[in-house]
Design a protein around this ligand. Structure first.
Ligand SMILES: Cc1ncc(COP(=O)(O)O)c(C=O)c1O
Length: 377
């Protein structure tokens, strides 16, 4: 048997990782400014993360959700404290798509409605409801296409005012659009959405799967707008590479036995990984660090004239390349050994570990100076 061939692969195989760096079997070192797609929050193989997981493996690694698991309570409490949502509850699952699927389901349970508003260029995952709320027809199968989803332009309050009627179950929006190319919703737009959802009796779901966990300099990107969504979905940075996701649920929404469920969600190893991440974010002051490094990086990037439209917050950054520079991402990887992310057609995305050092951030600036100078010659 072979793997089902759905990914376009770089001819590189990392065998070791530490902090912001990866190594292949030949000992070639790569700077990771992609974070395995915004997953590496506290740095590859952080010693505290490794120790917590090893200790957990030595005691108990798995049982089902039919027994007491105080680690889930510890994690929920810690997440509530670090994120600023101490009165919310936490439902744990295993991935971003699953978190959004459960949030959409919860919104539908609570409102008794089924129509969803999502936004153009949105990406919410590949399970049935999540992919239906994703603005990419290429990955929506006929089976997934039965959901009632309306796509509206981002940052267009008039479109929302028209579409957000009393038959809408939920509005789902990313804290910052990631896969779509790093598009930031205006603070005033998020405030308008929150207000209109309340008036229509619809729930507001903030997908913070890519933009959350300190990446923007606040725990959640929507906290810049000072709003409180009904449901907040998390994954990626939550486990620093260990598969874990969750839905933060506002206190007015009450569970009933069997309302949601999962075999693996909230298992001991996932809780240990997620606790380690929060402990390190707090101890190493990584949110402030992400804000500082990100602001400085964005200023440096804006000084390169061929680079267009530097967008983002903290360490969630995107910029566009003119047609003459479309090979830049490959040049960074194969000449300078720097991993970056992309968004079609011409955006480079930077999603490094929140613990990236100023010296490491400068490696990109030096590489860009070389590449863009060569371009100008
Ligand atoms: C904003 C957002 N939501 C949901 C997902 C889906 O997460 P997962 O791949 O863990 O299912 C992603 C993944 O890129 C994402 O960026």
């Amino acid at each position: 048997m072979k793997p089902f061939d759905v990914y376009t692969l770089f001819p590189i195989e990392p065998v070791k990782a530490k902090g912001s760096w990866l190594w292949d079997a030949n000992g070639t070192r790569y700077l990771d400014l992609y974070g395995g797609h915004a997953v590496i929050s506290i740095g590859h193989n952080h010693p505290h993360f490794v120790e917590r997981l090893k200790n957990q493996l030595d005691s108990i690694s798995f049982y089902s959700n039919s027994i007491q698991n105080s680690l889930q309570e510890k994690l929920a409490e810690k997440l509530g404290q670090v994120s600023g949502y101490p009165d919310y509850t936490l439902f744990m699952c295993n991935s971003g798509a699953e978190a959004n699927e459960n949030a959409l389901k919860l919104a539908s349970f609570v409102t008794g409605r089924k129509k969803i508003i999502a936004f153009r260029k949105a990406f919410h995952g590949r399970t049935s409801g999540a992919v239906a709320a994703t603005d990419n027809p290429r990955i929506v199968s006929p089976f997934n296409a039965g959901h009632e989803v309306v796509f509206l332009p981002l940052n267009d309050p008039d479109a929302v005012a028209q579409a957000l009627t009393t038959d809408i179950a939920a509005v789902i929006i990313e804290g910052i659009q990631g896969v779509g190319g790093i598009h930031v919703p205006d603070d005033s737009f998020l405030q308008f959405l929150a207000e209109k959802c309340r008036a229509a009796g619809a729930l507001l779901i903030l997908d913070e799967i890519q933009s959350g966990y300190g990446r923007t300099g606040k725990f959640f990107a929507h906290q810049f707008a000072g709003i409180k969504p009904d449901l907040i979905t998390v994954a990626k940075g939550m486990g620093n590479g260990f598969p874990v996701g969750g839905v933060l649920i506002q206190p007015g929404i009450k569970p009933w036995s069997g309302m949601l469920g999962t075999t693996f969600g909230g298992n001991y190893l996932a809780c240990a990984a997620a606790l380690a991440v929060l402990e390190v974010i707090e101890r190493e002051n990584l949110m402030q660090h992400a804000a500082d490094i990100g602001a400085n990086w964005m200023n440096q990037l804006r000084a390169f004239t061929p680079i267009e439209q530097v967008r983002g917050r903290g360490l969630m950054i995107g910029f566009d390349l003119p047609a003459a520079l479309t090979s830049l991402r490959n040049d960074l990887l194969f000449t300078h050994r720097i991993f970056t992310g992309e968004a079609k057609p011409n955006t480079i995305r930077l999603l490094p570990s929140l613990a990236i050092s100023p010296t490491e951030a400068n490696v990109l600036i030096d590489a860009l100076e070389k590449e863009l100078k060569e371009e100008a010659v």
